[in-house]
Design a protein around this ligand. Structure first.
Ligand SMILES: [Zn+2]
Length: 340
């Protein structure tokens, strides 16, 4: 059963498994489901595992059998009664998408299954209020075979009238040990597992993405090297670090996260030299910095990281935002080094 999503394979999220166990045991199948959670948190996996179980000809408990015609169709990604709602415009679902791909289509009985399941994955797209209103009646009075699963990162962006008609289930972060277990053998870049686990923040999808990214591995190594040596780096070295980071733009948030771990770890060791820290492998360097710098200064650097992120989100150039941040990291009241 290659390629078929299952509840067994879902990391963490016991409340999700409990909900569906009870729903299937009591044959109380929700006709409208709203799955919320950040990118990589497992919404698509849950939606597809639910669809597979719902359509399976020989299910057991929460499990689809993996053998029947329906399960084979799920595994191949071509199930005639599990339909992905498509959108015409690149960034948004409009009223025509919803009418054609969902509302009108649902009036046609399933092809060969008991149910007809529609997957509406909003991802980072928008959906117009008109499009939402167009599906209200479908949500209110679905045919007995009709099931809609909406996936979104932001339930607040949906109208109350939509939310209130759906069973809402939120994906939760999973424990670090679970992320670690899911990562086994999957870090192909040589990046440090502890750092990847910390950067993933309980999100298995994000962890797997980070684990496979060469850019992320380089950013981790270069950022840790910069943090360790920042107070000895020359202007040209800081410029080279900045230029390297700029080239790997998608991994820049990871660099900021690592810098946050570093200064938070500094503050932890200042309070208690035996405290557990995130960047355990850098304990010596972090302890040395913690011993040398006052807590207020370290807290100031921590704040400067947030300010740099805000500047980057605004109109400030990458080089200027980074210079200000690197100066804060160096301390000693230096203001500028290379942008005079
Ligand atoms: Zn089956």
């Amino acid at each position: 059963m290659n390629g078929m999503e299952t509840f067994e394979a879902l990391a963490g999220n016991p409340h999700i498994k409990d909900y569906f166990s009870r729903a299937f045991a009591g044959e109380k199948i929700p006709h409208a489901l709203l799955l919320t959670g950040e990118a990589g948190s497992g919404k698509t996996m849950v939606a597809r595992a639910f669809a597979a179980r719902l359509q399976c000809e020989h299910p057991q408990g929460l499990s689809a059998c993996g053998m029947c015609r329906s399960c084979k169709q799920m595994a191949s990604g071509n199930h005639p009664d599990v339909i992905t709602v498509e959108h015409e415009k690149p960034r948004s679902f409009g009223v025509e998408d919803i009418r054609g791909g969902l509302v009108n289509d649902m009036t046609i009985r399933p092809y060969a299954s008991r149910y007809k399941v529609y997957l509406l994955d909003l991802g980072d797209l928008t959906i117009t209020p008109e499009a939402q209103n167009a599906m209200l009646k479908t949500l209110e009075e679905p045919p007995s075979y009709g099931v809609l699963v909406i996936m979104t990162r932001n339930a607040e962006a949906l109208l109350d009238t939509i939310r209130s008609r759906c069973v809402q289930l939120g994906m939760q972060p999973v424990p670090d040990e679970t992320v670690r277990a899911m990562l086994a053998g999957k870090i192909t870049t040589g990046a440090d597992e502890d750092v990847i686990v910390s950067l993933a923040r309980g999100n298995v999808g994000r962890a797997l993405k980070l684990a496979a990214s060469e850019d992320v591995a380089e950013v981790i190594a270069e950022t840790l090297a910069a943090l360790k040596n920042i107070r000895r780096m020359r202007a040209d070295e800081m410029q080279a670090f900045t230029a390297g980071l700029k080239e790997k733009r998608d991994a820049v948030p990871e660099a900021f996260s690592i810098a946050r771990f570093w200064y938070r770890d500094c503050l932890c060791l200042k309070a208690d030299e035996n405290a557990p820290i995130v960047l355990e492998k850098e304990r010596r360097a972090i302890a040395a910095e913690a011993a040398e710098r006052p807590a207020a200064e370290l807290a100031g650097v921590f704040d400067a990281i947030g300010e740099a992120e805000a500047r980057l989100a605004g109109n400030v150039t990458f080089e200027v935002a980074m210079e200000v941040l690197l100066m804060a990291m160096r301390g000693r009241g230096e203001r500028t080094l290379w942008q005079k």
